[in-house]
Design a protein around this ligand. Structure first.
Ligand code: URA
Length: 236
């Protein structure tokens, strides 16, 4: 297309995603559905996207989520002196934070958190489906020993039924983390997942980039993007 030919523009629905803002629980926040975000999501949803582009583009969305997540941490007033000898009345983050990734897909979000918060402590939780009970079962948890004193950014890119997320939150609570200090960062959620997690834990906050239509018979998010961990870590 030549520069003189204006591109065809489309209007973006105000809600941006398939769940109406009024239907969202109070403790769920969806990123503004900018054209940039939609273009990024279009790339990672495309089955033809190569792994390098999938990783690069997912990382960009993860960065948007982390930046938004940091906006929800409490701050206290802080005054500094600038190099021109004037005072600036600013703010500083009040508490310490940590990240906790739900393995293995959540590990893809660790670098985005480190890019924004240098030397942040990061824990890991491995949850898998117990084949006998069909329940989410904890297999492994390695968390900062002082996690009870920290704000916790829980990382998992796909929120399907919410089973793993709920189990991970129970693990955090059992280690003394306060529910209101947990912020769950997520790329794509199903309405069921959002409702299950938000109703069970009304004091935590979910920040997601998009809420999709629902789940298929295999509990994959639709339209979704398939298996995030496979596309990020192993797809050729
Ligand atoms: N995990 C994924 O990677 N994709 C889904 O659609 C659901 C869970």
């Amino acid at each position: 297309m030549s520069l003189s030919t204006p591109a065809k523009t489309i209007s973006i629905p105000a809600s941006g995603c398939n769940i109406n803002k009024a239907q969202l629980p109070d403790n769920a926040l969806v990123l503004p559905p900018t054209t940039q975000l939609q273009a990024l999501l279009t790339i990672i949803r495309n089955e033809k996207t190569q792994r390098g582009d999938f990783v690069f583009t997912s990382d960009r969305i993860i960065r948007l989520l982390v930046e938004e997540g940091l906006n929800h941490l409490p701050v206290i007033p802080r005054t500094v002196r600038t190099p021109v000898g004037k005072e600036y009345d600013g703010v500083a983050f009040q508490g310490r934070i940590c990240g906790v990734s739900i393995m293995r897909a959540g590990e893809a979000m660790e670098a985005g958190l480190r890019d924004c918060c240098r030397s942040v402590r990061i824990g890991k939780i491995l949850i898998q489906r117990d084949e006998e009970t069909a329940q989410a079962k904890l297999f492994y948890a390695k968390l900062p020993e002082d996690i009870a004193d920290r704000y916790c950014l829980l990382l998992d890119p796909m929120l399907a039924t919410g089973g793993s997320c709920i189990k991970a939150i129970e693990v955090l609570l059992s280690h003394g983390v306060q529910e209101e200090r947990i912020i769950f960062l997520n790329l794509i959620a199903s309405p069921q997942g959002v409702n299950n997690v938000c109703s069970r834990f009304p004091k935590l906050r979910i920040i997601t980039a998009w809420v999709d239509e629902g789940l298929d018979a295999n509990a994959y998010i639709v339209p979704g993007l398939g298996d995030f961990g496979d596309s990020y870590h192993t797809k050729v």
